[in-house]
Design a protein around this ligand. Structure first.
Ligand SMILES: [Zn+2]
Length: 186
């Protein structure tokens, strides 16, 4: 399904090397900063890399069907930053980045197909003003109030091979409980 590339070549650039080290999966700097800000704003009820959502987004609020991706500008090719390709092995990097961008688009599409709302936050936005990012999340959470069952809950017929039934957020008997504190203080 996903083409795999071999290990990246040794980078001649210290900056690229550092960026590679700092962008491995979970617990990247921007993601930590965002989670700290979510705690500061007392927004709870989210899960990290939750298996219940297609593509395991970085952060999901299952009760509100809200999925959040935290994208590093280098790896995910932020159009605002438009960071240059590494000077060496350009073909390798170009191919790798194309796969990353394709994968990101596919994940967003799969989530939307399954009825999720999707927010993509970029490293540069988080670095610039993390509180603004959290306010955006908060607004979305207030818009997508948990109803216990979503009107856009996908029927099994619409779910493709990549998004199976287990990808549904759980039925909840305590809709909204986890988020009450965030909303009342909003
Ligand atoms: Zn950026």
């Amino acid at each position: 399904m996903v083409r795999k590339l071999s290990l990246p070549p040794i980078s001649s650039s210290e900056a690229v090397h550092k960026s590679m080290l700092s962008n491995r999966g979970r617990d990247t700097g921007p993601e930590k900063a965002l989670r700290a800000a979510l705690r500061r704003h007392e927004l709870s009820g989210y899960r990290l890399n939750w298996k219940g959502a297609p593509g395991r987004p970085d952060i999901v609020f299952p009760e509100s069907w809200l999925a959040i991706f935290v994208n590093g500008c280098f790896w995910h090719r932020c159009s605002r930053c438009d960071l240059p390709l590494p000077k060496t092995n350009r073909a390798f990097w170009r191919g790798k980045f194309e796969l990353n961008v394709e994968r990101d688009a596919r994940k967003r599409k799969d989530l939307k197909t399954a009825g999720w709302h999707v927010i993509t936050l970029w490293e540069c936005e988080i670095k610039k003003d993390v509180d603004r990012c959290v306010r955006m999340i908060e607004r979305r959470l207030n818009t997508y109030r948990p109803t216990g069952r979503s009107p856009r809950r996908p029927s099994s017929a619409r779910i493709g091979t990549r998004t199976r039934a287990r990808h549904r957020p759980p039925r909840t008997s305590s809709a909204g409980r986890a988020r009450t504190s965030g909303r009342t203080r909003g």
